[in-house]
Design a protein around this ligand. Structure first.
Ligand SMILES: Nc1ncnc2c1ncn2[C@@H]1O[C@H](COP(=O)(O)OP(=O)(O)O)[C@@H](O)[C@H]1O
Ligand SMILES: [Mg+2]
Length: 311
């Protein structure tokens, strides 16, 4: 399959502490995303799963250049995204849209939802007549399961699931190739979230979309992913296809325990390494993709009942 997105050694550090009241002292930097590399083929759902705070949102936002990486390379359809500026970047961006975790926070409360969904069209396709813009907006409302009489209403008038559908409509209206969905169902009730997941899957088939799908929830990832990356402390511990190579739990655990110290000895603190050193606090065992998705129903189901803890 053709590669749509390639990411190489992406890195982002933040300053911790310091700030405006610290009279010139600067906080130490810590690494939120640390040398992440992967590629995504057209039409697949590349899931990133990991506990809260491990760097998922930072990674998601860097993919769309909503956050500038410190280092690394992002190629979209072969074009180096980090070298683009101005009009080139703008036209590239319309191919890559984001669905956010919190559908309420991501929708402007003062705008009618019809305007919110149509706004990207006004920006990227200013030559469209208002009739054409209305037709496109109405069509996408229908496609995400919203009635067109919802269009003059405001975000607060909708339920969480409906708001997420509005967010999806806004992401889709420019007919992008890639959707980066950052915890798109985490803020929703389980049943509502399940419907939104089904919608995302239908839309993927219909519009030949490629997803980077971020989640802390193993059951959610199990439902949608074609490839899975397990993220911990800013790094990918493991990337594996949804279909697993083996179902021997012992082997799976060995396979799942990456020797992170060997590749990044200089930058990885001992407590971040697996297996942990005798003096470091014992972290949770890593999640094994092969264990998660092996063909053993009992193991699969027991893993599926777990999600990463949310702090
Ligand atoms: N703008 C920021 N400034 C400083 N630290 C940040 C900023 N954004 C995120 N962080 C920190 O970076 C780490 C990763 O955050 P994030 O990418 O939001 O993780 P996740 O989405 O997996 O919960 C966390 O420790 C978080 O507190
Ligand atoms: Mg997040």
């Amino acid at each position: 399959m053709e590669t749509l997105l390639t990411v190489r050694e992406l890195r982002k550090t933040y300053r911790r502490g310091g700030g405006v009241f610290s009279q010139g002292t600067e906080g130490a930097r810590f690494t939120a995303v640390d040398g992440v590399s992967f590629s995504v083929s057209r039409g697949e759902t590349f899931a990133v799963v990991g506990e809260s705070g491990c760097g998922k949102t930072t990674l998601a936002r860097m993919l769309l250049r909503l956050i500038e990486p410190d280092r690394g390379e992002i190629r979209f359809e072969g074009r180096a995204l980090l070298t683009l500026h101005g009009e080139e970047l703008r036209s590239q961006r319309r191919q890559m849209q984001m669905v956010f975790q919190d559908p309420f926070a991501s929708l402007n409360p003062r705008m009618r939802v019809g305007e919110i969904v149509a706004e990207p069209l006004a920006i990227h396709e200013p030559s469209l007549s208002s009739t054409e813009r209305l037709a496109r907006t109405t069509a996408i409302f229908g496609r995400v399961g919203l009635n067109e009489d919802a269009m003059p209403r405001y975000p607060h008038e909708f339920s969480g699931g409906q708001r997420q559908r509005i967010g999806i409509a806004r992401a889709l209206i420019l007919q992008p190739k890639l959707i980066v969905a950052d915890e798109p169902v985490s803020a929703l009730d389980v049943s509502v979230g399940a419907q939104v997941l089904l919608l995302l899957q239908e839309l993927q088939r219909e519009f030949a979309l490629t997803y980077v799908f971020i989640s802390h929830s193993l059951p959610v990832v199990a439902q949608v992913a074609t490839h899975i990356a397990v993220m911990r402390a800013g790094q990918f511990l493991e990337v594996a296809p949804r279909t697993s190579p083996s179902c021997a739990p012992a082997n799976s655990w060995k396979w799942a325990a990456p020797n992170r110290c060997s590749t990044s000895q200089k930058t990885t603190t001992p407590e971040n390494c697996w297996p942990p050193s005798p003096n470091s606090p014992t972290p949770d065992p890593p999640i094994s993709v092969s264990l998660l998705f092996c063909s053993c129903p009992s193991t699969f189901n027991s893993r599926l009942s777990n999600s990463f803890p949310v702090r």
